[in-house]
Design a protein around this ligand. Structure first.
Ligand code: GUN
Ligand code: FE
Length: 431
């Protein structure tokens, strides 16, 4: 459909998380959007909204847009390739050489256009994205993402060590100066594209650089994203690099990179985060971006997501392209479920597998909270929605909405995104 106003009612097979244990469904329900804000989902349309235009999606599914809390735009070009290495070898063999190409703005423009266009027609309505160390390319990426209508945080990456000669800034000062230049260049330029400070990970950033990034975050009121406890060799290296830290998370904490509840830091992975690290993440109100696809591909391990949830730590899902091989959030949901089942079966039978309800919640409202009231069709939430046609998944079975949602996550072969809305604005339409 083609919907140009931001106040309307969409009718269809509605599903969203009421809470982490409950998916609410309404068949033939009415979903109200007023000026980009959700006014609730109803079985009968309340009288006060009767004057709004109604768009009838019939038997199609209407679900909240999903939040990809961690992905790397410049790595999209080699998604699905080079998956036989573990993290540190993978970075040096595939990732750093590819990212160094973004010094060339023509190359960057072409590659980022593929990423932005595919993001626009994905299940994702909010994303937190790594660029590269290059200012010009990162600004081009932000321009393109702004045009998609997807709401994003985007980071120019900071790296002043261990990147090789082609992917490393000259010094901590040079890296901060470039960051300040980047912030100045984009100041006031976007509606939906926000900057986020992005120290790649401890091995890429000197103590001095991490310290300066912490100070910059405080003085400019900026958020931070990075990687934490992804791989055993990486963790051992960090212990050598910051010998006075009590844990990898503590290294970031020492340098003021763990953020606050108001400016939460996102830490991707946390595969090996123990009680001590969990305490630090909780104390700072940080978000864990759980990247199950990536953790499988790089043979990193399985993060104990159940423990994080039980401890009250914020958790969202990340596709982590290109260690994760696709930006499809349905696939990410599926691998999250499968990984948690194997954690329970093979690692620790005291840690129960995640339920479908829990993972659907994490993919929508769990990660969406990083952006505010986002990820559910509740009163006052920003209206992010995806309309899905699963009518070509033929079956003799008469299925509930809950079953259709579960099925599309386990098997998305014939699932088609028809329309997509962010803050009530249609940003994609198939027809
Ligand atoms: N750690 C530091 N950089 C990266 C990266 O690009 N991808 C992943 N998966 N882990 C990292
Ligand atoms: Fe990553």
């Amino acid at each position: 459909m083609n919907i140009s106003d931001r106040s309307f009612v969409s009718r269809g097979e509605i599903a969203y998380s009421e809470n982490k244990n409950e998916i609410k469904t309404i068949s033939g329900g009415y979903l109200v959007c007023e000026d980009g804000i959700c006014r609730g989902a109803y079985a009968e349309l309340p009288e006060q909204y009767a004057m709004l235009p109604i768009y009838n999606y019939g038997k199609q599914l209407i679900v909240p847009g999903m939040t990809d809390l961690h992905t790397h735009a410049p790595q999209y070009s080699f998604r699905g390739i080079g998956m036989d290495a573990e993290l540190l070898e993978w970075l040096n063999t595939y990732t750093f050489p590819e990212e160094s190409k973004y010094a060339d703005i023509e190359y960057a423009r072409k590659a980022y256009n593929y990423f932005a266009e595919d993001l626009r027609r994905s299940f994702t309505t909010r994303a937190v994205v790594f660029g590269t160390i290059h200012n010009e390319a990162t600004i081009e990426l932000m321009n393109m993402l702004e045009n998609t209508g997807v709401v994003t945080y985007v980071g120019k990456v900071n790296m002043d060590r261990n990147g090789g000669e082609n992917l490393q800034e000259q010094s901590a000062e040079a890296s901060i100066k470039a960051t300040e230049d980047w912030l100045m260049a984009i100041d006031g330029r976007y509606e939906n594209t926000m900057p986020i400070l992005t120290p790649r990970f401890v091995p890429s950033c000197s103590d001095e650089l991490l310290n300066l990034i912490g100070k910059l975050a405080d003085s400019r009121n900026l958020r931070i994203q990075s990687h934490l406890s992804e791989n055993k060799s990486e963790i051992a290296w960090v212990r050598e690099l910051v010998p006075n830290s009590t844990s990898y998370a503590n290294a970031y904490e020492l340098f003021g990179n763990m953020g606050t509840a108001e400016r939460p830091t996102i830490m991707a992975h946390c595969v090996y985060s123990d009680e001590k690290e969990m305490e630090i993440l909780k104390k700072h109100g940080a978000y864990i971006a759980h990247c199950a696809d990536s953790n499988m591909n790089l043979t990193s391990g399985i993060a104990p997501v159940r423990k994080f949830i039980d401890a009250g730590i914020n958790v969202g899902l990340g596709t982590d392209v290109a260690a994760g091989s696709s930006m499809n959030m349905l696939k990410t949901i599926l691998i999250t479920l499968q990984a948690s089942k194997m954690y329970y079966r093979l690692v620790d039978t005291d840690v129960k597998q995640l339920t479908f309800e829990e993972v659907f919640f994490i993919a929508t409202e769990g990660g969406g909270r990083y952006f505010g009231k986002v990820g559910a069709f509740k009163e006052g939430y920003e209206f992010d929605a995806v309309i899905i046609d699963d009518g070509k998944m033929f079956s003799t079975r008469d299925m509930s909405i809950r079953e259709r949602i579960e099925r599309m996550c386990y098997n998305d072969a014939d699932v088609v995104i028809m329309d997509k809305f962010v803050k009530g604005r249609q940003i994609y339409g198939k027809l």
